[in-house]
Ligand binder design. Structure first.
Ligand code: KIV
Length: 280
């Protein structure tokens, strides 16, 4: 199958064909996500919470992101891969943003990067696009601003806030972003933004009117401690894993595991030689 490119996603929007995106953080999972025909894989900084157990995404570093991007890259050959720019890797200066975005591409093997923020990030997005880096914007409930928002709150709920979000979307499009993640935005506003921009919008907690949808893998698989209201759980792998661990524990305690087929054996004669050599 043809590799998915940013042009593929743009053509899908033009055809009205929904785009499916998922997060992944390691090689085997990324391979399965790709085998399932998912169009784009985001190595999200959500890994700070769902893989590393932090309370939010702020402690995630560039080195951690590069490591997980490399792992995902090894499992993917067709889907578009997008590496998330972690907290303070792009906000301090355009130069740092360039250096860090380039690391996600050159060291992490990603096809594109994603960063949070609207109009105030437009100059940074433009600078990255100008040096050939494909950028996905991310507006609405941007988790790196959780303290400023006073929690994980839906954004764009007043006329003024909705206007700001639309202006954010237009500014990022103007700056050359190839796509926008809309997170935690009322469904009608997300649909309006989707109509007003020519680039694909990917929603998460933004209703059915976006050009595509993304979920955090652990929410979809039933592995998150607290999945948000907008996530649909497609499997309860948490229960499946717990049952497997309990069965293993029982087998170890009852000596049902390992069975003879799990053991490495040697013939009687060799064993006699070993016994006599070891003074048994
Ligand atoms: O980090 C992440 O997984 C994300 C998605 C929620 C879009 O940014």
């Amino acid at each position: 199958m043809e590799p998915v490119t940013i042009q593929t996603l743009q053509a899908m929007k033009a055809r009205g064909e929904p785009i499916a995106m998922l997060t992944a953080y390691d090689t085997p999972t990324a391979r399965l996500v790709e085998e399932a025909g998912i169009d784009a894989i985001l190595v999200g900084d959500s890994l700070g919470m769902v893989v590393h157990g932090h309370a939010n995404t702020l402690p995630v570093t560039m080195d951690t992101m590069v490591l997980h991007c490399q792992a995902v890259r090894r499992g993917v050959s067709r889907a578009l891969t997008i590496g998330d720019m972690p907290y303070m890797s792009y906000q301090l200066s355009v130069e740092e943003a360039k250096r860090n975005a380039a690391r996600l591409l050159a060291e992490g093997g990603m096809d594109a990067v994603k960063l949070e923020g609207g109009q105030h990030m437009a100059a940074t997005v433009r600078a990255l696009v100008e040096i050939g880096i494909a950028v996905q914007g991310h507006i609405g409930l941007t988790p790196q601003s959780v303290s400023a928002f006073g929690g994980y709150r839906v954004q764009g709920k007043s006329a003024e806030a909705a206007r700001r979000l639309l202006d954010d979307a237009l500014a990022l499009e103007q700056a050359g972003a190839f796509s926008l993640v809309l997170e935690g935005v009322p469904d009608r506003l997300a649909a309006l933004i989707t109509r007003r921009v020519t680039i694909p919008t990917i929603g998460i907690g933004a209703g059915a009117g976006c050009d595509g949808q993304v979920l955090v893998l652990h929410d979809l698989l039933g592995l998150s401690a607290h999945a948000p209201k907008f996530a649909r759980r497609y499997a309860d792998l948490g229960a499946v894993m717990r049952q497997a661990f309990e069965a293993f524990r029982e087998d170890v305690r009852s000596r049902a595991f390992p069975a003879s087929e799990h053991a490495y054996t040697i013939d009687d004669q060799t064993w006699q030689e070993i016994e006599s050599a070891l003074g048994e």
